[in-house]
Write a protein that binds this ligand. Structure first.
Ligand code: BGC
Length: 257
């Protein structure tokens, strides 16, 4: 199956760990997507064992690039802090962990950065120049800032402090669900959030991802911003696609045409 146009992506989320082969020419899945529930507690060893299960399921060739997303900032392969998985991830070097468990190298990236990169390569931000901010609305709020196609990693705009509170604790999709807000009520929180981000960065485009972007018609039209705001195109495949592309780029130094 070794093929330089194919890479493997794993997306680690709070409820599921998902993996699929990605065709890098199109940004589409080249296999079915397998989902395994996230272990509880979601410690590094337990999560690494789940990644191993996924990789064994697909019987990947040794030279296939493997990318893994984390819902956390990842700097030089190390998780800086973990808001929505087991806190014992803090300080873990993901490459070393996976090397011990899998005996192979992986490329680790923040989940929103991966999703943002996928939207730039294949989705709603393709060929958009200037500053694009991709936000993912889920358990937390993830962010990716891309300027003229170049990603500025680990921006963590979900943890902006707004009105004295951590932004994602007021405006994430999980908060809407937990608190039983209508889309209209939630849109007020989103308005406050996006106006603030708009004021700070003057972006050219906002792209909104995460599972809830399926229902974008219920809340995006309620927002009043100077910046165009559009739903993500890749929806819930973006993390896997983006991290597979980043892993391939990391391994070969380029992306296939
Ligand atoms: C984390 C980010 C992540 C986002 C979405 C936040 O709590 O700090 O790193 O991108 O959630 O998962």
């Amino acid at each position: 199956m070794s093929n330089q146009n194919i890479a493997f992506g794993i997306d680690i989320g709070g409820s599921g760990i998902k993996g699929a082969l990605v065709d890098l020419r199109t940004g589409e899945f080249a296999s079915e997507r397998i989902r395994i529930p996230t272990p509880h507690p979601s410690t590094p060893d337990a999560v690494a064992a789940t990644c191993q299960e996924l990789i064994e399921h697909f019987d990947l060739p040794d030279d296939m690039p493997i990318g893994i997303t984390f819902p956390a900032p990842v700097v030089r392969d190390t998780v800086l802090f973990m808001a929505n998985l087991d806190p014992s991830w803090t300080g873990v070097n993901v490459n070393q962990l996976m090397w011990k468990r899998l005996g192979r190298k992986v490329h680790a990236t923040n989940d929103a950065d991966a999703a943002g990169y996928a939207e730039v390569l294949y989705g709603a931000a393709k060929e958009v120049s200037g500053t694009v901010i991709v936000t993912t609305l889920g358990t937390g709020i993830g962010s990716a800032i891309i300027f003229d196609g170049t990603l500025l990693p680990n921006t963590e705009l979900g943890h902006l402090e707004i009105d004295g509170k951590d932004a994602e604790s007021r405006a994430s999709a999980a908060q809407r669900e937990n608190r039983g807000w209508s889309f209209k009520q939630w849109a007020k929180r989103l308005q406050r959030y996006y106006s603030h981000v708009e004021m700070l960065f003057s972006p050219d485009l906002f792209v909104v991802g995460g599972g809830i972007s399926k229902k974008h018609q219920k809340y995006l039209p309620l927002l009043e911003l100077s910046t165009p705001i559009v739903p993500a195109k890749l929806r819930n495949t973006a993390g896997i696609v983006g991290v597979a592309a980043l892993a391939a780029r990391h391994q070969t130094g380029e992306l296939p045409n």
